[in-house]
Each structure stands twice: as C-alpha cells, then as structure tokens.
Design a binder for this molecule. Structure first.
Ligand SMILES: C[S@@+](CC[C@H](N)C(=O)[O-])C[C@H]1O[C@@H](n2cnc3c(N)ncnc32)[C@H](O)[C@@H]1O
Length: 225
C-alpha cells in the first residue's frame, strides 16, 4: 500500500491549488453546477461533518484547509466563529465569498500551512476540521499535521482515504473508463489508518462518507492529555 511511499506531495497538493483556474474549477465541481457524483460527495461530507461537530463544543472552529469554503453552510448552521485557513490565496478568496454567501456571521481568513499551524496561529479552538487534505499526504506528514491540529484544538475532525481491494479496482476501472485526475493519492489500510489516527489521540467516532463511491472516512479525535 502507499504507506511508506514518498512522492512529490508539494507539487501535487500544496502548489496544485495556487491558481485562479484550479480554484474556480474546484469550486464549480463541488457546487450546484458540478457533476452529480461530486455534488453527492460534497453533500455527504457536509452531513458527516455536521453530525460529528454537533457531538462536541463548537463555538470556535479552525477550518483548515478551507479550500473554497465547502463547509461554510455547516458553520452557518452551528453558528460557530470560524478561522478559515488555506495555503492557497486563490482558494481562500473563493472561500471568503462562499462564507459570505452562506451567512457565516463570524469568520476570519488567513493563509496558513497545516504543517506549521503552531508557528502561525496564536490561538486555540474548540474543534479543528481538516477535510480532504490527508488523502494526498504521506504518512509521516499526516502524523505531523495531526499533531499540529491537536495542539490548537480540544477536538479534531479529519478525513482521509482508506484503501481496500474493492476501492483499488474501482479506481482503476474508473480511470480507464472516465480518465481524469491522475495525481497520486496516499491511502493506508484501515489498520494503518487507525494506528495513525490513534497516535496521540483517542478515536471518539469514525464515519464513512459514501461507502461505495468514495473511500473517504472521517474521524472525530480527542487529543490525549
Ligand atoms: C482538495 S482541497 C480540500 C478543500 C476543502 N477542505 C474541501 O473539502 O473542499 C485541498 C486544499 O488543501 C490546500 N492545501 C494543500 N496543502 C496544504 C497545506 N499544507 N496547508 C494548508 N492547506 C493546504 C489546497 O490549497 C486546497 O485548497
């Protein structure tokens, strides 16, 4: 599996989204104009995060990476005060309009690298949410990012991709038939994923976003004292 594989995470993830065109395309894909599959996944992601965030205190939230603000409707409902961060200025600009459009009343925006949160931010949060970043991040970097998230929040909600034979075949078939994004992923097996998630945390809950169409799992973690 991709556990110890090293690949260029920087160019495939950190730098990839630093363009107006990519930011617009990403937003369109997951908005009402997108393909039904993307819209369905986005809606299930929001539902999953909403279910988990409502289990814990959520007055203050760190949303990193916010991307183009997919989770704004969730925070509009919870009434949380949100610091929305991303490494890409282009993504963050779209997020600002999305937060405004959906009526999040108390939101701030800041460039921040998830690998260096404690160097950048001087505040703490009830909960830090990290959606759709770790599935393209090597395991050692996953651990570093989780540690950063756990250092600034009482709870962490994080998604990652869990590998299985079924999903490996599904991806290959999909790629052959539909083509599309060829950037690499960093998926671990469910055992390795649980070990990474449990390193310095108690796993409070875990949910699958959309079992057949997606291998994304979301974890609610409580940092160990
Ligand atoms: C697939 S998007 C996910 C965004 C959002 N959470 C969502 O689900 O729509 C990945 C985002 O991660 C950001 N990103 C990549 N590496 C990052 C890092 N090290 N720190 C902060 N943001 C990062 C990218 O700029 C991009 O906006």
């Amino acid at each position: 599996m991709s556990d110890e594989r090293t690949f260029d995470y920087s160019s495939e993830m950190k730098d990839y989204y630093k363009s107006d065109e990519v930011a617009e395309n990403y937003h369109e894909a997951f908005s009402n104009e997108g393909h039904w599959r993307h819209r369905l996944i986005a809606s299930r992601e929001r539902q999953t995060i909403k279910n988990l965030i409502n289990k814990v205190p959520n007055a203050s939230v760190l949303d990193i990476p916010t991307g183009t603000g997919k989770l704004a409707p969730v925070f509009a409902e919870t009434g949380s005060s949100v610091l929305a961060c991303d490494i890409s200025e282009n993504m963050l600009q779209v997020a600002e309009s999305e937060y405004e459009r959906t009526g999040v009343e108390n939101a701030r925006f800041q460039i921040c690298d998830a690998e260096g949160i404690t160097n950048t931010l001087d505040e703490s949060f009830d909960v830090a949410v990290c959606l759709r970043l770790l599935h393209r991040v090597p395991s050692d970097t996953k651990r570093r990012i989780l540690k950063e998230l756990g250092s600034v929040a009482d709870y962490v909600i994080v998604s990652t991709g869990v590998e299985s034979t079924f999903h490996s075949y599904r991806r290959t078939a999909r790629q052959r038939i539909l083509g599309g994004d060829e950037r690499e992923h960093c998926y671990e097996t469910s055992e390795v994923t649980r070990e990474i998630m449990g390193d310095g945390f108690t796993i409070v809950a875990s949910k699958r976003v959309l079992p057949i169409l997606s291998q994304e799992h979301v974890y609610l973690l409580k940092p160990d004292e």
